[in-house]
Design a protein around this ligand. Structure first.
Ligand code: BTN
Length: 260
């Protein structure tokens, strides 16, 4: 199979193989799997053992990507109007929760838009990027056997790891395959039936209603209220005592913090 070794910033491509619908390419080390995947064709997946420049969703936040974690980016096709795929970050969150349930993790919950938490500790994060009109890159970072808290003191008490949640030895390959399968399945569902069922499933996964503080993009003031899920278009729904239910598009929201 054709190699990706000619691409810049790859340290060593260790394997390329087919995994269901996916062409999975694995590396010892990359800068960021999302950056590497940016221009690759749909149904390519890039996994690295470590990332030196892993990126989080909040701009300028580095994503600790030490050995033993899952650092995986998946390129999916996005046919049709760009706006139609605005729900992809939410759908990707649902795919990862489903993959975790398949593994026997029952306590995982989502924090809008797609952080995956165990209680208040973060198990996985998702960064969806659109570099092209016809594809999106879904980047998943999941703590499996790695030790992020040893890499960054600021993370003390804030992370969860799959290996601590599920008895038995799970290898990264098994986790990778489950995640690839789940993302493919959710993509099929979006194409065939749209977002409706996934929205319903998501709204059962937030463990609502939570008190949150929402900072709107480009605005000074914050909104305090109860997070009550997403609507059928994937918009955030917040209930405030003063205004009732307010609805926000994801692009309008700079930050959502849980308050308890
Ligand atoms: C978040 O802030 O919660 C999102 C974190 C996403 C991290 C993953 S790791 C694989 C992919 N490559 C990156 O540079 N980021 C994503």
């Amino acid at each position: 199979m054709e190699t990706l070794l000619n691409s810049p910033a790859a340290v060593r491509e260790t394997s390329t193989r087919t995994c269901g619908r996916w062409r999975l390419c694995e590396f010892d080390e990359l800068g960021s799997t999302n950056s590497f995947a940016a221009q690759l064709p749909a149904w390519t997946a890039i996994r690295a053992d470590t990332q030196t420049e892993g990126r989080g969703r909040v701009a300028a936040r580095r994503w600790i990507s030490d050995t033993g974690g899952l650092w995986l980016s998946m390129v999916v096709p996005c046919p049709g109007a760009r706006a139609k795929w605005a729900i992809l970050p939410l759908a990707a969150g649902w795919a990862i929760v489903s993959a975790l349930r398949d593994f026997g993790v029952s306590g995982a919950r989502l924090r809008w838009p797609n952080d995956i938490l165990i209680g208040r500790r973060k198990l996985a994060g998702i960064l969806v990027e659109r570099h092209r009109d016809d594809t999106a890159v879904i980047g998943v970072g999941m703590n499996v056997f790695n030790s992020p808290e040893e890499c960054d003191d600021a993370l003390a008490g804030m992370t969860a790891r799959l290996a601590d949640l599920v008895p038995g030895a799970y290898d990264l390959d098994a986790v990778t395959r489950r995640v690839l399968h789940a993302v493919h399945r959710v993509h099929i569902e979006l194409l065939d039936r749209g977002f409706r069922r996934i929205a319903d499933e998501l709204n059962g996964s937030w463990q609502t209603a939570r008190r949150v503080r929402v900072t709107l993009a480009g605005r000074e003031h914050v909104i305090d209220g109860d997070f009550i899920g997403v609507d059928q278009q994937g918009r955030l729904r917040i209930h405030t005592a003063r205004d009732g239910v307010a609805v926000f598009d994801a692009t309008e929201v700079a930050l959502l913090r849980e308050r308890d």
